[in-house]
Design a protein around this ligand. Structure first.
Ligand SMILES: Nc1ncnc2c1ncn2[C@@H]1O[C@H](COP(=O)(O)OP(=O)(O)OP(=O)(O)O)[C@@H](O)[C@H]1O
Length: 959
C-alpha cells in the first residue's frame, strides 16, 4: 500500500497518530502486494559485492540506529496495550513530584535520563518536548499529562529509583499540531533539540531552543486569525501601576501607567492578555482569581540595570531617553523584552516603538462592560452573535484584528476620531472605489505576522511568496486612490523589495524549504546550471540506452531512473537469449519476476553526479533564501508600516460598507456631556431579529443626566440602554452609528452594572457580585462617564433592594452627575424625579388586550403604569395554577399598599386551584364520553348522546 505524502504538518499528525493507528489495526487489511515486480528468489552475492567497500563499523552504527528507532516505535505500540494505569500510578511511588527532580534522583539516573532531569528541573512549569531521534519524548508527569491532553499512548521506559518511568512520544515532524493543541489549552512548552551529531560517539548534547507560552506565539497555527493573543508584564512601585503590552505577532508595544489598582485591573481586562508575567504575587491575586494565565518570573527581570539594558538592546539610545523621563515604565517594559528574548532565543527586531497609552486618551471599559455589551461573546457564551462578530466585515485578518483592538480601546482623541471618520466618509461616498478596494483587500494576506516570523527566524517560503503577492497588490490599491480622486496619499509600494521577491521566488511556493522549487532558475546562474544537469538527465539516459542497445544487441533493454534517484539497466527475462548477451561489466542489482536489473560503472558515475546536483540545488536554494531573509530584516519597519496602513484601510472601507448597508450616520462629538441620538437603533439586535426594529431617541445632558427607565419585562429597557452605550462606543472607535443623527460626548469611561449572576470562582453570591460592581462604579465614575445600571437591588429583599437602588441613584445624580441610564422595576424610584432636578423618568410602552400583552418598544418620557410581570410570565408558559395564586397575591399586595387592609394574607391556595380545575358537569361529560361503546352506537343513540354532552357543557358555563 502506498501512502499519499502528507502535505502539511497537520497531515503528518494524522498519518502518525498512534492512537488512530491502533484503532485502524482492528480492521482487516489485505496483505496483497501492489508492487509492480516481486523478486522470485534471493541472490545476495551481488549486493554483498556492492557493499563490500563499506566500512564495517559504519554499517554496524547504521544498524544500531535503525534498531533504536524501531525499538522506540515498538515501545509506543506496546505501551498502548500494556496497563497504562499501572504505569501512571507508578508515579505515585515517588515521595513527591519534587523527588523526581531532586539531586539524589539525578545522581542515580542513567546519563540520558540525567540530562533530561536537569533540563526539566529548570523548566518545571513547562512541558518539555525532548528530542530523541525522530521523536519528541515526554517522561514522568509530562508523559501522563500529554497522554491525557493529546490522547497519546503511555508506555514505560526503564525504571528509575525503582519506579517505572512513564513515557509518551510524538513524531518530530508532527510536533507543531500537538504543540498548538497544548498551547491552546494554556500550557507552556519547551522544545529541547539534539544540538550535537546524534551519530557521534557518546551522549548526544541537547538544549532548549524555543519556548512556547500562551503570550509569545508567532506561528500561524497557534494563533486565531482574526484576533490577537497579547502578552502583558505588570509592575507596581505602589505609587502607580504599569502594564506593558506586547502583541508579538504584530510587534505592537503599548505601555499604560495607572494611578490606582482598580484602573490597573480594568486595563488588564480591557487588553484581555493571553499571558501575564509578574514577580510580585500580590499584584496579580485578583487577576489569578479571574483565571488569567499568570507566569511568575524572577524579580531580576524587573529590577537592577537589566530592564533598561534590555530596552536599549531593542530600541537604542533614543528610546532610552524617553523612558528615562518616565522611569517607572522601565521595569515592566524591560521585563517584557527579556521574556520575549528568553522564549524566542533571539532579540526580536520587529518590535514597534512603544506607545504610551496613558498619553493616548483611551476610554476605559471595565470587564463587566465588555461582557454586558456582549462585545466579544454573548451572555450565553456564543461568539457568532457578539458585537464584533456581527459587525466585523473586514476583508483581511489584519483588518479584523485592528477592528477588535479598536473595540477594546475606544479613544476620546477628537482629532483621531475625525480623521478616521473622514476616511470612512470618503469610502462611503465612492461606492465604486469601495467595491474595487474590497475585492483587492480580500486577497490580502497577513503581512503583519509574516514580519514577525521573519524577525524571529521562522518564516517559510510560503510566507515570502505571500509577501510578494501582497506587495504586488499595493500598486493596484494606489491606482484606485488616483482613479477615483480619493485624495489619499499612495501607500509605500516598496518597489525594490517587490522586485527582489518577484525575481527570486518561483510563482508557487512549497511549504518547506527542503521541498525545493523555491528560487527561480533565472535568478541565479549556478542554480540554473545545476538544474540543467538534473532536468536533462532523461535525455542523457536516453542516449545511454541507445548506446547500450547497440552494444549488447538487446532490443528490449531500457535505462531507468526511480524515485530514489537510482539508475539501472532493465533487461526483461522473457526472451532467454537476452541473458546470453549481457556484457561482463554489467553488475547485477536486482532480480524481479520478469526482469533483471544491472548497473555499470559509467551509469553509477552519472547517478552520483545527478544525486549531487539535487543536494547542491537544495544547498544553493537555502543560501539564497537565507540571504533574502537577511535583506528583509533591514526593511521590517517599512513592511510593518505598510501592513498597518493596509489594516487601517481595510477597517475604514469595512466601516463605510457597514454604514452603507445599514444606513448609519456620521456622528458629531461634544465635550459638554450631551448625548443626543435621533432614532437610534441597537446595531446587533436590529440585524438579528426578523421583525422591524423600533428606533428611539435619546436626550441626555447635565440637566437630565440620570434617566430612570421603568416598564414591562421584555419591553426593551435593556436593549435601549445597551444601544445607547454601543452607539457611543462605535462613535469612539471612528465608525458611523445606527441612527438618523448622533451627537456623542467624549466620555472617559463606559461602566455598566447589568444582569446578575453568581461568581463561583471568586466565591461571591449574586448579590455580592452586584454590590461589588456597583461599588466599583461609584468609586470610579466621573462626571464625564457613561453609566448603565440595570435593576440594581434585585438580589435581596424588596425593601433592602429598593433602598439601595434609591441610595445609588441619588448619589449618582447628586455627586457623580454622569450620564446614567438606570432601569428598575421599583416604581417607587420614579419619585426621585420630583425631588432632584437632573433626574427624569422614561418608560417603555406596552398594550394589554384580552390578557394578551404586546410590546411597542417605544421609549417615552414619564412613568410606566404597571409591570405586566404576570402577563409576561403567562407568555413564558408558567402553569395556570401558579398564575392564579400570583394574581390573587398581587391583588392582596396592592390593597395592602393602599392601606385598605391591615395585613397581608396567605391566599387560599385550594381556592385558586379549584378555580383552575374542571366544573362537575364538565367532568360528568368527560366520564360519559369515556364510557361510550362505539361498536354499539346507533345513529339515533349517538345523536342523543351528543345532545346530552352539549347540555352538560352549557350547564357548566352558567353554574
Ligand atoms: N426597540 C426594539 N425594537 C424591536 N425589538 C425590540 C426592541 N427592544 C427590544 N426588543 C426585543 O425585545 C426583547 C426584550 O428586550 P429587553 O431585554 O430590552 O427587555 P427588558 O425591558 O430589559 O426586559 P426585562 O425587564 O425582563 O429585563 C429583545 O430581545 C428584542 O428582541
Amino acid at each position: 500500500m502506498t501512502k499519499n505524502k502528507p502535505t502539511s504538518s497537520a497531515d503528518y499528525s494524522q498519518a502518525f497518530n498512534f492512537a488512530d493507528l491502533l484503532e485502524q489495526s482492528n480492521a482487516p487489511v489485505s496483505l496483497a502486494s501492489d508492487l509492480e515486480f516481486v523478486p522470485d528468489s534471493h541472490d545476495f552475492s551481488q549486493i554483498e559485492e556492492l557493499t563490500a567497500h563499506l566500512d564495517k563499523k559504519q554499517l554496524a552504527q547504521l544498524q544500531t540506529d535503525f534498531d533504536q528507532d524501531l525499538a522506540s516505535s515498538m515501545s509506543k505500540l506496546a505501551g498502548h496495550t500494556s496497563n497504562q494505569e499501572q504505569i501512571i500510578s507508578g508515579l505515585q511511588n515517588y515521595a513527591s513530584p519534587d523527588a523526581i527532580y531532586s539531586d539524589e534522583s539525578i545522581a542515580q539516573a542513567s546519563p540520558m535520563m540525567k540530562q533530561y532531569l536537569l533540563i526539566k528541573r529548570e523548566n518545571r512549569d513547562k512541558i518539555v518536548f525532548f528530542r530523541m531521534g525522530d521523536f519528541y519524548e515526554f517522561f514522568f508527569d509530562d508523559a501522563v499529562l500529554t497522554a491525557k491532553e493529546l490522547s497519546l499512548a503511555v508506555s514505560s521506559r526503564q525504571s528509575h529509583m525503582g519506579v517505572i518511568v512513564p513515557m509518551a512520544g510524538i513524531p518530530y515532524h508532527a510536533y507543531e499540531a500537538y504543540a498548538a493543541k497544548l498551547v491552546a489549552k494554556g500550557y507552556s512548552i519547551a522544545i529541547c533539540e539534539q544540538t550535537s551529531d546524534p551519530k557521534a560517539k557518546g551522549l548526544t548534547e541537547r538544549s532548549i531552543v524555543r519556548i512556547f507560552t500562551p503570550g509569545t506565539l508567532s506561528e500561524e497555527s497557534y494563533l486565531p486569525a482574526r484576533d490577537s493573543k497579547p502578552l502583558c508584564a505588570v509592575y507596581t512601585d505602589y505609587v502607580s501601576y504599569v502594564v506593558a503590552l506586547l502583541d508579538l505577532s504584530s510587534g505592537l508595544v503599548e505601555i499604560s501607567k495607572l494611578d490606582n489598582y482598580k484602573d490597573f485591573v480594568s486595563r488588564i481586562q480591557q487588553y484581555n492578555p493571553a499571558e501575564i508575567i509578574y514577580s510580585d504575587h500580590k499584584l496579580v491575586e485578583d487577576l489569578l482569581l479571574q483565571k488569567y494565565h499568570c507566569t511568575q518570573v524572577d524579580s531580576s527581570y524587573f529590577s537592577g540595570r537589566s530592564p533598561l539594558e534590555n530596552i536599549k538592546a531593542v530600541y537604542g539610545a533614543q528610546q532610552v531617553e524617553r523612558f528615562q523621563a518616565q522611569k517607572n515604565l522601565i521595569p515592566a517594559t524591560g521585563a517584557l523584552i527579556k521574556y520575549v528574548q528568553q522564549t524566542q532565543m533571539v532579540v526580536p527586531s520587529h518590535l514597534q516603538t512603544p506607545r504610551f497609552a496613558h498619553e493616548n486618551d483611551l476610554v476605559i471599559l471595565d470587564s463587566s462592560t465588555v461582557n454586558n455589551l456582549e462585545l466579544f461573546t454573548t451572555n450565553s457564551g456564543q461568539k457568532d452573535s457578539s458585537f464584533v462578530e456581527v459587525l466585523d466585515t473586514c476583508s483581511s485578518t489584519m483588518g479584523a484584528r485592528l477592528f477588535r483592538r479598536w473595540v477594546r480601546q475606544p479613544t476620546r482623541n477628537l482629532l483621531q476620531l475625525e480623521q478616521r471618520l473622514d476616511y470612512v466618509e470618503t469610502f462611503l461616498q465612492s461606492e465604486r472605489a469601495r467595491t474595487k478596494l474590497i475585492s483587492l483587500l480580500k486577497s490580502l494576506g497577513d503581512i503583519e505576522r509574516i514580519v514577525a516570523r521573519v524577525s524571529l527566524g521562522n518564516a517559510s517560503p510560503r510566507d515570502l511568496g505571500e509577501l510578494r503577492n501582497n506587495l504586488l497588490l499595493v500598486p493596484h490599491i494606489n491606482k484606485v486612490f488616483t482613479e477615483y480622486d480619493l485624495n489619499i496619499s499612495p501607500l509605500d509600494e516598496l518597489t525594490p523589495l517587490r522586485n527582489l521577491l518577484l525575481a527570486a521566488l518561483e510563482d508557487k511556493q512549497p511549504m518547506f524549504l527542503r521541498d525545493g522549487g523555491v528560487i527561480r532558475s533565472s535568478f541565479n546562474e549556478q542554480l540554473a546550471d545545476l538544474r540543467n544537469v538534473r532536468d536533462n538527465v532523461l535525455d542523457v539516459l536516453a542516449d545511454f540506452e541507445a548506446q547500450e542497445k547497440e552494444r549488447t544487441g538487446i532490443e528490449s533493454l531500457t535505462v531507468k531512473l526511480n524515485n530514489q534517484n537510482e539508475m539501472y539497466i532493465n533487461i526483461p527475462t522473457g526472451n532467454a537469449s537476452n541473458l546470453d548477451k549481457i556484457p561482463e561489466n554489467y553488475i547485477h542489482k536486482q532480480s524481479l519476476k520478469a526482469a533483471r536489473r544491472f548497473i555499470t560503472p559509467e551509469l553509477r558515475n552519472l547517478e552520483i553526479k545527478y544525486s549531487a546536483s539535487e543536494q547542491q540545488i537544495a544547498e544553493l536554494e537555502k543560501s539564497i533564501f537565507t540571504s533574502i531573509l537577511e535583506a528583509l530584516k533591514h526593511e521590517l519597519a517599512y513592511i510593518q508600516n505598510l501592513a498597518n496602513q493596509l489594516a487601517r484601510l481595510d477597517v475604514y472601507v469595512s466601516f463605510a460598507q457597514l454604514a452603507f448597508t445599514n444606513n448609519y450616520v456620521r456622528p458629531t462629538f461634544n465635550v459638554e456631556q450631551k448625548l443626543e441620538i435621533k432614532q437610534g437603533r441597537h446595531p446587533v439586535i436590529e440585524k438579528l431579529i426578523k421583525t422591524p426594529f423600533i428606533a428611539n431617541d435619546t436626550q441626555a445632558n447635565q440637566a437630565q443626566s440620570l434617566q430612570i427607565i421603568t416598564g414591562p419585562n421584555m419591553g426593551g429597557k435593556s436593549t435601549y440602554m445597551r444601544q445607547n452605550a454601543l452607539i457611543v462606543l462605535m462613535a469612539l472607535i471612528g465608525s458611523y452609528v445606527p441612527a438618523q443623527d448622533a451627537n456623542i460626548p467624549l466620555v472617559d469611561k463606559i461602566l455598566t452594572r447589568i444582569g446578575a449572576s453568581d461568581d463561583i470562582s471568586t466565591g461571591k453570591s449574586t448579590f455580592m457580585v452586584e454590590m461589588s460592581e456597583m461599588a466599583y462604579i461609584l468609586d470610579n465614575a466621573s462626571q464625564n462617564s457613561l453609566l448603565l445600571i440595570d435593576e440594581i437591588g434585585r438580589g435581596t429583599s424588596t425593601f433592602d433592594g429598593l433602598s439601595l437602588a434609591w441610595g445609588c441613584a441619588q448619589y449618582i445624580a447628586q455627586e457623580i452627575k454622569a450620564i446614567t441610564f438606570f432601569s428598575t422595576h421599583y416604581f417607587e424610584l420614579t419619585a426621585l424625579a420630583e425631588q432632584l432636578e437632573n433626574v427624569i423618568n422614561l418608560s417603555v410602552a406596552a398594550i394589554e388586550h384580552n390578557e394578551q400583552i404586546s410590546f411597542l418598544h417605544e421609549i417615552k418620557q414619564g412613568t410606566a403604569s404597571k409591570s405586566y410581570g404576570l402577563a409576561v410570565a403567562k407568555l413564558a408558559g408558567l402553569p395556570q395554577e401558579v398564575l392564579g395564586i400570583a394574581g390573587a397575591q398581587l391583588k392582596a399586595l396592592a390593597q395592602h399598599q393602599e392601606g385598605s387592609k391591615a395585613e397581608l394574607e396567605v391566599v387560599e391556595v385550594e381556592q385558586v386551584v379549584a378555580q383552575a380545575s374542571l366544573a362537575p358537569e364538565q367532568e360528568e361529560a368527560l366520564a360519559l364520553l369515556e364510557q361510550v361503546n362505539l361498536n354499539e352506537l346507533t345513529p339515533i343513540s349517538g345523536l342523543a348522546l351528543l345532545e346530552r354532552l352539549q347540555n352538560l357543557l352549557k350547564q357548566a358555563k352558567t353554574s
